[in-house]
Design a protein around this ligand. Sequence first.
Ligand SMILES: [Mn+2]
Length: 319
Amino acid sequence: MDQTLKSIVEEIRKGSAFLIASHESPDGDAIGASLALANYLVGLGKEVAIHNPDPVPELYSFLPMADRFSPAIPDREFDAAFVLDIGEYRRTGKVFGEFKRYGKYINIDHHLMSDPFGAINLIDPKASATGALIHRIIKAAGDSIDYATALCIYTAVITDTGSFHYSNSDQEAFNVAGEMVMLGVDAWDVAERLYESQPRQRMELLALVLATLNISPRGDFASITVTLDMYDKSCATAELTDGFINYPRSIKGVEVAIFFRQLKADLYKVGFRSKGKVNVAALSAAFGGGGHHNAAGCTIAGSIDEVREKVFAHLEQVL
Ligand SMILES: [Mn+2]
């Protein structure tokens, strides 16, 4: 057996209380992996505390033990602290960073640039999701997976692979999902909870935002815009715009999608998504921002016309 997996299994066997932490603004993988591990450990008779600096989106409240997430960390000793899906240590948030009674860190991650800050580091950038790494740990331990744990692993894998759309949808992702279905997970039930239960305000906001669709003359980039006024009109909040940028990106021929989000009268957050050919991290860096090859962002001051003009002129150059 892989030595790293073996040492993690040993820590689980000998410990009795564990802290589980994941990155701020938790996504389906951070939440699913945390809860998969929590349900598994509780099933073994261990005590767990589940920490995240930010609240868990309502969408994921159906996952077993989702109500156990807390922004506070109990004042007690732990045998080890699992840090999941973190990328960078600072994304554990302030409370965790100040925390000193953690036993040791066990860092489990699939980000490309993951710091090996743990006493044990299970880092595999090829893994589809951190949830798939939790699955590897349970398999290495030779333990069975109960329904609650299976539901959390499944959710982690389908959300991080974009329901098997993205290039990280490897054989392990499909195998793990298939095994979880075998263990009782209902794929439609999960899909309905995650993707077919949108608040109506999100759709009303999307209707306003899509009316701003702007496609470049060559058809190689496309943008959408959301203004503060649109939030008011639809009674929606900024977090409901999550995923909107996928609409302009999904157009045939479009290589880069841009999402202009108004923050203040003359201030815009600009998100970029690439279909793969264009490195949008470099694009956003030109405006003082950052990000990854396929997803990046920056903040630009000015009126919407000025901001669009700046971004479009730069894109015309690089595309
Ligand atoms: Mn992840």
